[in-house]
Design a protein around this ligand. Structure first.
Ligand code: AHR
Length: 525
């Protein structure tokens, strides 16, 4: 019996291939002598819509809650978000924005009317989280507001008055109302969204109809703080497409080329979700296998082609790239979690989502001269969230850690990386084995990000770095035991970044990156 077992295993190994861990090698050439565009920190923006438990419970628990809070805003969420240096937050929607009437959300909370959130599940909205609460949240996390005004169900006058309420520096009636509500100082509004998906939930408009609306809103919805008109100007973002055809972008950019003193826009938005099986979203966000992993990553890489198509149109009308392409909704949209309200868009968040996030951030970095703003959907408890909460509990997702690891890339200067990435093939889908970007930070430090898409094999990386004399380096990696590894309330540290060994010898860098991982290397000259 003793000798039969090994013999049997040997026989099985001959017919059943045992998992083989093969370390592939990829060589990178990082040309630090050819810096490119600045990777705008606003590319790391977030989106917080009044949807499901994104705002209510996710951010707002109210001042009387037993959950520790500051003026009704969760302290644990604020502390976690401060670590991300969130550059801007888009609010109140999404589809919700085109039905939001801001006046219902100001003044004493016990006097605010209850309304119905007909965009998301027809739930009752207490309007407790309104303009002043949003601005308080923004101030607590140290970010900048990106406010989307109601073009669908609202009017230019309503939006103009909202801007006056938020930004008027002079003692107008609305500025006095703001002061009476506790904020004498004008708020800073960094970005103004003129509607949302106006071709669909925002009013099913034609491109030409939208362009007429856009001009009127741009003309009359003004920042009323002279200080912000001169310096740190509020940027106006027009609605852009949600499908790769270019008709909408053509209409907006053609109008922009001929804009007069009376109106202007600074950006055109674009929405692109990773929905590998098409609508309605059907991929599982937990308990999935390698084929689903590969299919999802393949689908997310389409972002690059989508951007190229829109950029080609924008370049035609704006060769100097003054108008930014703002990807103000992106991320994985999976099937709703079993047992959740399908209108609340609740999903789990795995190492697959983390890799998907890094691939998109890398694409944005490669398009940095046109893509100067982006907002992942969404911040808390909705779609590809940073944070999941359940009453007093909170867990940081793998996507949260990607955003944390990328903080040093905010406003860094893109540096080209060339490589032969090899291929990772799974279920008939072939993907680049490795993706990488590099950037220089002000103090001449070089940053390198390496995503290993290979689900099963580590990759050994070696890099030469013309343009910098590297002396030392450190690295950290985010990975999970399987492609569907997640963090849970019970096990919050399953997928967290950990230090990784990296060597510099004769100015060349070498390290081995784990399968299914995101690695950031900091290289000191
Ligand atoms: O993020 C969820 C929804 O997706 C947004 O409200 C809408 O703009 C998009 O269709």
């Amino acid at each position: 019996m003793k000798c039969r077992l090994p013999l049997f295993l040997g026989f099985m190994a001959a017919i059943l291939p045992l998992p083989v861990v093969a370390t592939e090698n990829v060589h990178l050439s990082i040309d630090a002598s050819k810096p490119g565009a600045r990777i705008d920190r606003n590319v790391f923006g977030q989106f917080a819509e009044n949807l499901g438990h994104g705002l209510y419970e996710g951010i707002w628990v109210g001042p009387d809650s037993p959950i520790p809070n500051t003026r009704g805003i969760r302290n644990d969420v604020v502390a976690a978000l401060r670590e991300l240096k969130v550059p801007n937050v888009r609010w109140p929607g999404g589809c919700f924005a085109d039905q939001y009437h801001w006046r219902k959300g100001i003044g004493p909370r016990d006097k605010r009317p209850a309304t119905v959130n007909s965009a998301w599940g027809d739930v009752i909205d207490s309007n407790a989280f309104g303009t002043d609460e949003f601005m308080d949240f923004i101030q607590q996390i140290g970010s900048t507001p990106y406010v989307s005004v109601d073009v669908g169900a609202g009017t230019p006058q309503e939006a103009a008055e909202w801007l006056e309420y938020m930004t008027a520096a002079a003692p107008t009636a609305l500025a006095k109302e703001r002061a009476a509500n506790g904020h004498p100082e004008p708020y800073k509004v960094g970005f103004l969204g003129i509607g949302n998906e106006s071709w669909d939930c925002g009013g099913a408009m034609t491109p030409d109809y939208y362009v007429s609306q856009m001009k009127v809103y741009s003309r009359f919805v003004l920042n009323m703080n002279p200080a912000q008109r001169v310096k740190d100007q509020m940027l106006k973002i027009a609605v852009g497409p949600g499908t790769p055809d270019t008709e909408w972008t053509e209409a907006v950019m053609k109008a922009w080329e001929k804009h007069t003193w009376a109106w202007d826009i600074n950006g055109v938005s674009l929405h692109w979700y990773t929905v590998p099986n098409g609508w309605p979203p059907s991929t599982n966000s937990e308990k999935f296998g390698l084929d689903d992993y590969a299919k999802t990553l393949k689908s997310t890489l389409f972002m690059d082609e989508f951007l190229r198509k829109q950029e080609a149109v924008m370049d035609k009308y704006d060769p100097e790239r003054k108008v930014t392409l703002t990807v103000d909704e992106w991320g994985a949209w999976h099937a709703p979690l079993a047992g959740s309200n399908p209108a609340f868009l609740v999903q789990q968040n795995s190492i697959r989502d983390a890799i998907l996030a890094s691939l998109n951030l890398n694409i944005f970095a490669r398009h940095a001269d046109r893509v100067r703003m982006a907002n992942i959907a969404q911040m808390i408890n909705v779609l590809q969230a940073m944070i999941l909460t359940d009453k007093e509990k909170l867990v940081l997702t793998p996507t949260y850690y990607v955003f944390k690891m990328y903080v040093p890339f905010q406003d860094a200067t893109f540096v080209p990386v060339s490589m032969d990435a090899g291929a990772f093939t799974q279920g008939g889908i072939s993907l680049p084995r490795v993706d990488a970007i590099a950037a220089k930070v002000a103090d001449r430090k070089l940053l390198l990000e390496i995503t290993n898409l290979d689900a099963e094999n580590p990759v050994s990386i070696d890099a030469d770095m013309p343009g910098i004399t590297a002396k030392s380096a450190s690295a950290e990696t985010l990975t999970g035991a399987a492609v569907d590894s997640i963090n849970t309330f019970a096990s919050p540290n399953t997928v967290v970044p950990k230090p990784t060994a990296v060597k510099i010898r004769d100015g060349k860098l070498s390290l081995t990156v784990a399968p299914r991982s995101v690695t950031i290397v900091s290289i000191e000259p």
